[in-house]
Design a protein around this ligand. Structure first.
Ligand code: PLP
Length: 387
């Protein structure tokens, strides 16, 4: 019995340390981490550059306040804006808070257009966080159950269905569309290649803000630094978190054009948001992306995983499909053949960390994973699903 509230139901394992793609439990057993703390520790555990950055910065200064200028924050903001072709950044502590900032910007944008009851279109099965606004935006009833009244402005449409969004073109109350470029919590759902471009066109035509939640798909996970860069588009708002800090809590809401001008003094804030420690570490994360050519590794390992997995599971009836974009991987299983609810524990017993969403295995391995580790991963998955 612990004194923790019962909102989590942790597996019976406690980790004491980690290195690269491997975690060691308190009894000394090693596990292959194919989840990265749900897409967070993208550069692997105990990355020396990140550790050094944390140590060096903590010797100098951890926290002041956003009442004062913060050099690390300004430096990181400039770097992120250059990388994402955006104008301004608000730093938060989490993905949900980055999305909250985006939703507040959408509200102020509505006011600027004299719209009193704004509508934000979001996707069924999408996930945007656990705060009241972001769970209202989330398109999963299991996340919302028990928390009504929800915020009423979110209208959910089917993901990857451009007509479902187009239907709202004549609705004067719509102010924004908020989407994940690849749906993560839904089990890695990848839309058609031009879906995001078509949404961009509709947003431009209707003067809607285009909000992309790249909390999970961003920071190199799909093989580009930002997933929407495959589509050569720029959203009005881009939300990041998870991999941005490689384990230190940081989120970012980037905005462009009109959207970047909405937050004025007094309209939003956060005590911890963007403090010298986390923004210093996030800059080091970007350094490592450059110095270790992380994106190249993601693309190479993605191709390797895809070809090896497909060739080795060709005659497995239990595998319905492989959905893969970079190292964001969903393996759809036939639940009439296999009981998916047992798989997380079974994988743990075999010293493998994975996640199950619905009938899919979700893998988010560290982006530094090697071929040898992919081989181990695939062999363990095969062992897991072989009937
Ligand atoms: N948005 C997406 C796409 C996510 O995957 C998540 C978390 O899984 C969130 C938002 C919420 O982020 P956080 O848990 O950091 O608040």
């Amino acid at each position: 019995m612990s004194n923790l509230m019962s909102n989590y139901y942790p597996l019976e394992v406690t980790f004491a340390k980690g290195r690269g793609c491997w975690l060691t439990d308190t009894s000394g057993h090693e596990y292959l981490d194919a989840l990265s703390g749900i897409g967070v520790v993208n550069l692997g555990h105990s990355h020396p550059t990140i550790t050094k950055s944390i140590v060096d910065q903590s010797k100098k200064l951890l926290h002041t306040s956003n009442v004062y200028r913060i050099a690390n924050q300004e430096k990181l903001a400039t770097r992120l804006c250059n990388l994402a072709n955006m104008d301004k950044v608000f730093f938060s502590n989490s993905g949900a808070e980055a999305n909250e900032a985006a939703i507040k910007i959408a509200r102020l944008y509505a006011r600027s257009k004299n719209i009193q009851n704004p509508i934000v279109l979001t996707a069924n099965k999408g996930f945007h966080g656990r705060t009241m606004a972001t769970l209202s935006a989330t398109g999963q009833s299991k996340v919302q159950e028990g928390f009504s009244p929800l915020m009423s402005e979110f209208v959910h449409v089917d993901f990857d269905d451009i007509d479902a969004i187009n239907k709202y073109s004549s609705n004067k109350d719509v102010v924004a569309v908020m989407l994940e470029p690849v749906q993560g919590e839904a089990g890695v759902i990848i839309p058609h290649v031009d879906y995001l471009n078509k949404v961009k066109s509709l947003c431009e035509q209707n003067e809607w803000l285009y909000i992309l939640d790249e909390v999970q798909a961003g920071m190199g996970r799909t093989g580009k630094l930002f997933a929407h860069q495959y589509n050569k588009i720029t959203p009005d708002i881009l939300c990041l978190a998870k991999g941005l800090g490689n384990g230190v809590p940081i989120g970012a809401c980037l905005a462009k054009g009109k959207a970047a001008e909405m937050l004025i003094p007094g309209t939003h804030g956060s005590t911890f948001g963007g403090n010298p420690l986390v923004t210093g570490v996030a800059s080091s994360v970007l350094d490592v992306f450059e110095s270790e050519l992380i994106l190249d590794n993601v693309l190479k390992m993605s191709q390797y995983f895809e070809s090896e997995f497909k060739s080795k599971t060709m005659d497995f009836n239990v595998v319905k499909e492989l959905r893969i974009k970079g190292l964001m991987i969903g393996i759809g299983l036939d639940d009439s053949i296999i009981d998916c609810s047992m798989l997380t524990q079974k994988a743990l017993d075999d010293k493998l960390l994975i996640n199950i969403t619905g009938n899919s295995i979700r893998l988010l391995p560290p982006l530094i994973i090697s071929k040898k580790e992919i081989d181990i991963l695939i062999n363990k998955i095969i062992k897991l699903i072989r009937i």
